[in-house]
Design a protein around this ligand. Structure first.
Ligand SMILES: N[C@@H]1[C@@H](O)[C@H](O)[C@@H](COP(=O)(O)O)O[C@@H]1O
Length: 321
């Protein structure tokens, strides 16, 4: 079933007052644009976003038959996300799960399953984010109404191709980035708006997990409330810049980084032509797609330059924990 039909069917059963997004690591971060969209646009729906075990151990009181719980797990086996489905179902919530693994444990307690791509190309890696956002848009439109619904549909029609092409065009810049940053012991990552948790997953997954590089991450607005004290010549930062409402937040951070000659890699939605194909009314929500696709190429080049494959682990899938 597609997101529109899923939301329609749920609304035929119950009124929906709450939506809760649940996942771990990149799968948590990939749900963030949908949460951000609803935060920005919903007048009545309440919205929250949890790492799975926080949801399991401290389940919010509002999880009931008037709640949709949207979970995501790429492999469909992350135990705490599988458990989140059981917790949500036991409370009577409507459970929608996003995974690329048909028949995986995650699907057991899910009322609805959406299977997404991943490995096929750079665009496929964005499908999880896209389906979550589509579910959010449908929920808003079918409950409260949403004035820019058509602009969003148009965006969904175009964003995958743009992101794929953007990633393919980024190889040269990515190689430069890799050469410049390959010997760094620590790299800080920041962004704002719907891209805020792309910065988070870039830091915790691509830097720490997949490259074993120390990293910290914070909202670009928070940079001025602590982190900027470590800014100095050649201190390494990655700034994921949005082409949209929160650009002034990112730009303010960039100005400060440049003022003190920090070593700054910028991936900017503006450079990839987002505004030429996406309506201004909804552009904020599509920045994470293009920036995620482009930064994947940066991470691949960093891995090559450091001779540390993105797949290398010492604990994950090797130990019980
Ligand atoms: N690099 C990934 C994480 O980013 C991922 O989110 C987590 C959970 O995996 P899954 O999405 O399969 O639940 O596993 C690894 O850590």
């Amino acid at each position: 079933m597609n997101p529109k039909a899923i939301i329609k069917e749920i609304l035929e059963k119950n009124d929906i007052a709450h939506v809760v997004f649940v996942g771990c690591g990149a799968s948590k971060a990939d749900l963030y644009p949908a949460k951000y969209f609803l935060d920005q646009n919903a007048q009545k729906l309440s919205v929250s976003h949890y790492t799975s075990n926080e949801f399991n151990y401290a389940t919010p009181a509002l999880v009931n038959e008037n709640t949709i719980v949207i979970t995501a797990s790429l492999g469909g086996t992350t135990p705490e996300t599988v458990e989140a489905n059981a917790v949500a179902k036991a409370k009577g919530a409507h459970v929608v799960s996003l995974t690329r693994s048909e028949g995986s444990p995650l699907t057991k307690d899910a009322d609805y399953v959406i299977i997404h791509g991943f490995a096929e190309n750079y665009a496929a890696k964005l499908e999880k984010t896209g389906y979550a956002l589509q579910l959010a848009v449908e929920l808003l439109n079918q409950t409260e109404g949403y004035a820019h619904y058509e602009d969003m549909q148009d965006g969904f029609d175009k964003i995958y191709e743009l992101s794929q092409q953007s990633a393919l065009s980024a190889r040269k810049e990515a190689k430069l980035f890799a050469e410049q940053f390959k010997d760094e012991d620590v790299i800080y990552v920041m962004s704002s708006g719907a891209t805020h948790e792309v910065a988070y997953s870039t830091s915790v997954c691509l830097m720490m997990e997949m490259q074993w590089i120390n990293s910290g991450t914070f909202h670009a607005g928070e940079y001025f409330h602590g982190p900027f004290e470590i800014t100095d010549k050649d201190v390494p930062f990655i700034l994921l810049m949005n082409d949209g409402t929160t650009r002034p937040i990112d730009a303010r951070a960039l100005t400060f980084l440049e003022r003190f000659d920090a070593k700054t890699a910028v991936v900017d939605g503006l450079d990839y032509g987002l505004s030429s194909i996406i309506e201004k009314s909804v552009i904020d929500y599509f920045n994470p797609f293009v920036i995620t696709a482009v930064f994947r190429v940066y991470a691949e080049e960093l891995a090559k330059a450091r001779q540390h494959p993105l797949t290398k682990r010492r604990y994950m899938w090797k130990l019980e924990y």
